[in-house]
Design a protein around this ligand. Structure first.
Ligand code: ATP
Ligand code: MG
Ligand code: MG
Length: 374
């Protein structure tokens, strides 16, 4: 049999299912959204909540190997799935990536640099963290944050109470603010035979806490890029990863790298690979979790990726469709709520010809307008 089970029905599940189909696998999606992005392109097993163990069991019985795009399945649910079928990446990796403190402790054990941090369990901890880290610093929930939700920047002592009260009762972590030159990420894949490949380093720009634009390759020194890839490779190996993992990093102004967080699944900042690489992150992911050898993560073009977010960007969809340079990807979401990721576009350039600021804008055609008010 060759059925890939994917937990989670969003756009990452959709694009993974399409990559699976290309390789001759069927995909079964476990999802709470009967007509969501992934359910539209593959067989869906729907459930009301991800802790419905009967549904988890039915799903696991129907597939050969399980992966996920939804990261917040409970430890119990994971154990259940793992008792029935192989789950890749394995549960111990998900448990680390689900919890920012577990993640930072893992990095420390493996000599991977991160921003200075303090666990915050009560209000007194927060005062101590402020003293140790200095202002400004960032307070984050340890779990369930995404797109910058579940965090607050604290600029001085007058902001402590509001940040604390706004994020409680969840467990929290305080992080020193990294004064970064830029943000980068690396997609790394590893299979059960220990083969590891890394895609070229991506440079990422956020807007309102949400990834807006990625550039590949990142405009950083080759030596720095090699170090970023080496960090990603070391993380994948130390985790004993089978699958694909996105590693977000800050490039400090002093030239050092600090890992921000990891995501053991295809990553938004890797979407440029869909058009600029012979085997993209989703194909690599499917190959890794199904035990196939990994081809080189090579890149034939430079690329700019822009996310299509909310109703403003989607209002431009007809113009995007009419612009042949824009390689567009639609996620099939019915409703374009503000801040929601609805799709993305890639624009390709010959290798070495990634343009500067104005060129990027010009290449994005109708979407350049959306950049203006950034
Ligand atoms: P994602 O959607 O990437 O999962 P998230 O909600 O998990 O986002 P983070 O990635 O931790 O949150 O933070 C969001 C953004 O906030 C980062 O990409 C970065 O721009 C900024 N940021 C987070 N932590 C720090 C830090 N310690 N120093 C400086 N900037 C930071
Ligand atoms: Mg995150
Ligand atoms: Mg992040």
């Amino acid at each position: 049999g060759s059925v890939l089970g994917i937990v989670g029905g969003g756009q990452l599940g959709r694009m993974s299912a399409i990559a699976a189909a290309r390789l001759g696998y069927r995909a079964h999606i476990l999802t709470t959204e009967a007509d969501g992005p992934a359910a539209q392109v593959a067989h869906a097993i729907t459930l009301g909540r991800y802790d419905d163990h009967d549904a988890l069991r039915r799903f696991a019985d129907a597939v050969d190997v399980i992966t996920f795009e939804f990261e917040n399945i409970s430890a119990d649910g994971l154990d259940l799935l793992s008792s029935i079928r192989p789950v890749h990446p394995a549960g111990h990796i998900l448990r680390i990536s689900q919890d920012r403190i577990a993640e930072k402790m893992f990095m420390a054990e493996n000599d991977i640099p991160v921003a200075p941090w303090r666990g915050v369990h009560d209000r007194a901890d927060l005062d101590r963290a402020a003293k140790d880290l200095g202002y400004p610093f960032i307070l984050k929930t340890t779990r369930l944050g995404y797109d910058g939700k579940g965090q607050a920047r604290i600029h001085d002592a007058s902001g402590l109470d509001a940040a604390f009260d706004g994020l409680r009762p969840h467990p929290l972590v305080a992080e020193g603010m990294v004064r970064f030159a830029c943000e980068v990420s690396v997609m790394v894949a590893r299979n059960a035979h220990g083969e590891v490949v890394t895609f070229d380093v991506t440079e990422n720009r956020h807007r309102n806490g949400i990834l807006d634009i990625s550039l590949a390759p990142a405009r950083i020194a080759p030596e720095l890029a090699a170090r970023a890839q080496d960090l990603a490779r070391r993380i994948a190996t130390a985790l004993d990863l089978t699958g694909l993992l996105g590693v977000e990093m800050f490039v400090d102004r002093d030239g050092s790298l600090r890992v921000n967080e990891i995501a053991p699944r295809p990553h938004n900042s890797g979407h440029w690979t869909m058009d600029a690489c012979p085997v993209d992150q989703f194909g690599m992911h499917v190959r890794a979790v199904t035990g196939l050898p990994l081809p080189p993560a090579s890149r034939h073009s430079d690329a700019v990726m822009k996310n299509l977010i909310g109703p403003e960007d989607m209002a431009l969809w007809p113009e995007i469709m009419a612009a042949p340079r824009l390689l567009a990807h639609h996620y099939g979401k019915a409703e374009a709520r503000p801040g929601r990721k609805m799709g993305h576009v890639n624009v390709l350039f010959p290798k070495g010809a990634l343009p500067g600021e104005f060129g990027v804008e010009a290449a994005l055609g109708p979407l350049a307008r959306a950049l203006d008010d950034a």
